[in-house]
Design a protein around this ligand. Structure first.
Ligand code: ZN
Length: 295
């Protein structure tokens, strides 16, 4: 009797298991974040070579969060399950139909690595365990903080009209990478004014580049103009024009390049510090149209 019951129970269990298997084998929804890397999704893996727990996505995420229970986490079985994904992913599989870009910083900033549709592989040494956001069909724009140097490590230190403790209105965008970094023209044009200046707060330097077809001037402050630079010279986009410095800045630790867009032909930057009037228009659309993100 007990034996018959045991057999009967085992059969019942097998039927139940069969039912469960059928459910799992039905087409899984790519919309669900279920820890399975399905067609249409971009997936992180906790370990290299697509090993360990999976975190699957159907869209971009600018900020993963860093604490449970609200962070984006690894959901699949295996190593890393339940951990927040920020700075913890080692490999990816892009099963979506779009290029996906993995970034070092949140909000799609910093150095990045692209994975084309179908690509599978490890994050490079800059991104492995340093992933902070990802973007489907990333913008083809270059970040200004990269384009100014054509090297990673640059960052915006103060945005347009972004003064928080300085009195006045900030007429440009401050970008910093470090003393001596090559500074490049973000937009081509003709040099209409150079002030070489000197290091320290009284030594403001200026390079003004007028683009006649756009009828805009882009002005660079604080950097050390290259000795070969002269008024009347044409410079092309990406050409090195200066070395980052602290000319017109009180200390070397504050070295940066102030990049200011002005309508028309202007030899000098607008006054920012201690001037309550904002002279320049918001430059966001200008920089976007030139192919730059303000990042
Ligand atoms: Zn500035």
């Amino acid at each position: 009797m007990s034996k018959r019951k045991g057999i009967f129970t085992a059969t019942t269990a097998a039927i139940a298991l069969g039912g469960a298997v059928t459910v799992l084998a039905s087409p899984a929804s790519a919309a669900a974040r279920n820890g399975v890397c399905e067609s249409g999704e971009f997936c992180y893996y906790y370990n290299s070579n697509n090993q360990g727990s999976v975190s699957d996505f159907t869209g971009s995420v600018a900020n993963y969060g860093t604490e449970q229970p609200s962070c984006y986490d690894f959901k699949g079985a295996g190593n890393g399950k339940g951990k927040c994904i920020k700075n913890e992913a080692a490999s990816v599989w892009n099963r979506s139909s779009k290029t996906v870009r993995v970034y070092y910083n949140s909000n799609y900033g910093g150095t990045y690595q692209d994975f084309k549709a179908g690509a599978k592989g490890n994050l490079n040494s800059s991104l492995k365990n340093q992933n902070a956001s990802h973007q489907f069909s990333p913008s083809s724009r270059t970040n200004m903080s990269y384009g100014l140097y054509k090297a990673s490590g640059g960052r915006i230190t103060c945005g347009f009209d972004g003064y928080t403790s300085t009195p006045g209105r900030h007429e440009g965008i401050d970008i910093a990478r470090g003393v001596g970094s090559d500074v490049r023209a973000l937009v081509g044009g003709k040099i209409i004014y150079i002030a070489r200046g000197h290091t320290g707060s009284s030594g403001l330097s200026t390079i003004s580049v007028y683009n006649a077809s756009l009828n805009k001037t882009v002005i660079y402050l604080h950097s050390a103009p290259r000795s070969s630079l002269s008024v009347g010279q044409s410079v092309s986009r990406g050409q090195i024009i200066a070395d980052e410095s602290w000319r017109g800045v009180s200390s070397s630790s504050g070295a940066h390049t102030h990049v200011e867009m002005r309508p028309g032909r202007r030899t000098h930057a607008a006054k920012s510090v201690n001037d309550p009037t904002l002279d320049n228009p918001n430059p966001t659309s200008f920089w976007h149209a030139r192919g730059y993100n303000i990042r």
